[in-house]
Structures are given as structure tokens and as C-alpha cells.
Design a protein around this ligand. Structure first.
Ligand SMILES: NC(=O)CC[C@H](N)C(=O)O
Length: 367
């Protein structure tokens, strides 16, 4: 079935539809990962976005049970050059086309994804719509140009009610702004007793859960659309509870501390983004998926320390609090997909919880 991608600048790409045949709008972004399409399309941070994959052959190892980052993918569309219809992998249970149909996500193939990516790199991300080839493209362009980009998606992807993943170790409350399951997996693997709570849970409600640590998850959209988080974060820090922010969680941590965020031209999405640790000089290869960033000039005057920067463009990649047990990264230590280089950050969080616990004990004993 012939389908098209219409961009707000008037460009029309002609391709072949696969997956769901619904028309769908979104912010068109690109991801440069060579593998990991199942994790990418099920990452809730892509809610409201149409993702184009620059690697030309997608779907060749099929779809499996292990690689979902959420049960209900929230991505608005997937654009590829070639979608493989005959996958081969021992864990594969079906094709990309079948998955997209089942989850009601429109796909478009036969697109020159490198041309599309170059266009986005030149102009910045653009709004676009996947539609039928017979659609009135001029009317779609007008529609795209007239409506502002919707960025407030956290409420739709966050859990509606708290849930518990019981275990024997430290209790971690994960504030779910659209958390990837990889984050929960990393905590569970370290025996953490995880409680996942909705995005608007208050500090008082969190403290009632007696947490040893708080993890602010990744999530979609503009961090400024989640003002509920800011008071909660400052209150948690007053209690000296260790805090770890990932991606959207990192941006919210920065906003709560008085820094600012801004939108990048086309963001960072891929599995090989080099990040420099400013203390050791060490470079790690990281998985990234973000369109916003912390504005570095706004860190002065806050209690935050810049700990990591992006090698490619110098943007802020990591922050630490100067006195409180709190740190955050713009990239994904849980990877999924991507390299595991940044995985030791979970160890750092575990150590922070142990140290704070020990110090707390001393205070109690000395009292
Ligand atoms: N993966 C994320 O948490 C993304 C954070 C935010 N939505 C951004 O695009 O910058």
C-alpha cells in the first residue's frame, strides 16, 4: 500500500506502508543505532515522535519476548529504508510488521532515510505525518504548521497506580515518567526492592515508603511540562536520601536545582555517543535518546557540579550535587539498546545508598 510522509516544510517522501494503516502525526527524529529497533520502538521516551532509523535494513532478527522496554509502545511511527519480512533468529517470535500491526503503530518503508536524516540535521527536527498516498498534502502541511508541537506526554506513559517488585535488598522508589524496563531490570539484578510510583507522587507519599534511594526515570517530551516533579525533588534532597536521575530524570533534577533546560536542534539518539567523565578524563560510549539538554551557563549559582560532557558537541551529560547524595546523567546506563559502558553508574547509586545508610547508623548510634 502506497503511503507518504509529509513534513511541515512541505517535503513529501513516498514509500510503502507496513504495520498499522492509521494516519499519525509526530515530531520526526532519527536514531543512528545499527541494532535495537525493538527496544527503540518500545522506549516510552519516544511518545509523540516518529522515528526514522538510519541503518538501512531493519527487522532482520525479528521480534522477541526479551527486548521490550514497555508493554505498550508509545512511538507514533517508524520509518525505515528496508523492513525485513523474513527474519532469522532463534528467539524471534514474529516480524516487525506483525508487531507494528498488533500495537497500532504506522510504519513506512522504502524511504531514503539518509536524505531524511540530512534534512533533519540541517533544519532541526520537523513535525510530520504518515498518511495515505491519496491525502491532500497541502492541507496536511497547513495542519502541521498551524498546530504547536505537543510535548506533554508524561501523564499518558506513566503508571496510573504504584506497583511493587519485591526483593531482599535496598528499597528504591522509581518515579515513573515513562520508565524503560531496563532500569527496573538493573535495580532488580542488584536485589533492590523496587516500588514504581506515578509521575505526580509527592515527596510525602514517597517518604512513607521508607526508601533507601530514589530513581527519577527517563520519559518523553519537554521537562518543563512536568512541574510536579520539582518540589518533590527538592524535598527528597532535604531528607538526604540518595537520588539518581536518568535522562528526563536528569533534566528534572537540574530544573529543581535552579538550572535551565533548552531544546537541541536535532538531539542525540543512537548507541555510540561518546561521553567524557571530567574528573577522570575517561570516555564511555553511551546509548542516548534525548531532544532537550541542560543549559550549561545556568549551572553557575546552583549547587550542581558538571561531571560529564558530550564529546561530539560539548553538551551537558552528567551532574552531581555539591553536598547532597545526588547525581544524574543525560544518557542511558541501562543501555537497551546500546553499549554497557555506563552500567557501573548503578553500582555508584548502590554504593551511595550503602554509605548513606552507614552514616545514618553512626548518627543514630552517636545520638
Ligand atoms: N529519554 C529521555 O528521558 C528523554 C528526555 C526528554 N524527553 C528529551 O527528549 O530530552
Amino acid at each position: 500500500m502506497k503511503r507518504i510522509l509529509v513534513l511541515e516544510d512541505g517535503t513529501v517522501f513516498h514509500g510503502e506502508g507496513f504495520g498499522s494503516a492509521i494516519d499519525q502525526e509526530g515530531e520526526v527524529v532519527f536514531n543512528t543505532g545499527m541494532t535495537g529497533y525493538q527496544e527503540i520502538l518500545s522506549d516510552p521516551s519516544y511518545c509523540g515522535q516518529i522515528v526514522t532509523l538510519t541503518y538501512p535494513l531493519i527487522g532482520n532478527y525479528g521480534v522477541n519476548r526479551q527486548d521490550f522496554e514497555s508493554i505498550s509502545p508509545a512511538v507514533h511511527g517508524l520509518i525505515v529504508n528496508e523492513a525485513c519480512s523474513l527474519p532469522s533468529h532463534y528467539q524471534s517470535l514474529g516480524t516487525l510488521d506483525e508487531l507494528l500491526k498488533a500495537k497500532n503503530i504506522p510504519g513506512l518503508m522504502g524511504i531514503d532515510t539518509r536524505m531524511l536524516t540530512r534534512l533533519i540535521r540541517k533544519h532541526g527536527t520537523l513535525k510530520g505525518k504518515i498518511a495515505s498516498a491519496e491525502a491532500d498534502t497541502a492541507a496536511i502541511v497547513e495542519e502541521l504548521k498551524s498546530a504547536p508541537l505537543k510535548t506533554n506526554h508524561v501523564q499518558s506513559v506513566s503508571t496510573k497506580t504504584p506497583y511493587h517488585l519485591p526483593n531482599t535488598g535496598r528499597r528504591v522508589v522509581v518515579v515513573d515518567y515513562g520508565a524503560k524496563s531496563g532500569i527496573l531490570r538493573e535495580l532488580s539484578q542488584r536485589s533492590c526492592d523496587v516500588v514504581v510510583v506515578p509521575y505526580n507522587t509527592t515527596a510525602e507519599e514517597i517518604l512513607l515508603l521508607n526508601p533507601d534511594g530514589i530513581l527519577l526515570s527517563n520519559g518523553p517530551g519537554d521537562p518543563k511540562d512536568v512541574p510536579e516533579a520539582l518540589h518533590m525533588i527538592t524535598s527528597i534532597l532535604e531528607e538526604e536520601i540518595p537520588l539518581f536521575g536518568i535522562c528526563l530524570g536528569h533534566q528534572l533534577f537540574a530544573l529543581a536545582m535552579g538550572a535551565n533546560t533548552e531544546k537541541l536542534k536535532f538531539g542525540h539518539r543512537g548507541s555510540n555517543h561518546p561521553v567524557k567523565d571530567l574528573q577522570t578524563g575517561k570516555i564511555t560510549m553511551t546509548a542516548q535518546n534525548h531532544g532537550y539538554t541542560v543549559s550549561p551557563e545556568t549551572l553557575a549559582g546552583t549547587e550542581l557540579r558538571l561531571t560529564h560532557t558530550a564529546v561530539n558537541d560539548g553538551t551537558v551529560e552528567g551532574l552531581g550535587h555539591k553536598v547532597k547524595p545526588a547525581f544524574s546523567v543525560q544518557y542511558h546506563p541501562e543501555a537497551s539498546p546500546g553499549p554497557m559502558d555506563a552500567n557501573p553508574l548503578f553500582e555508584k547509586f548502590m554504593n551511595m545508598m550503602e554509605t548513606t545508610k552507614e552514616e545514618g547508623k553512626e548518627i543514630c548510634l552517636n545520638a
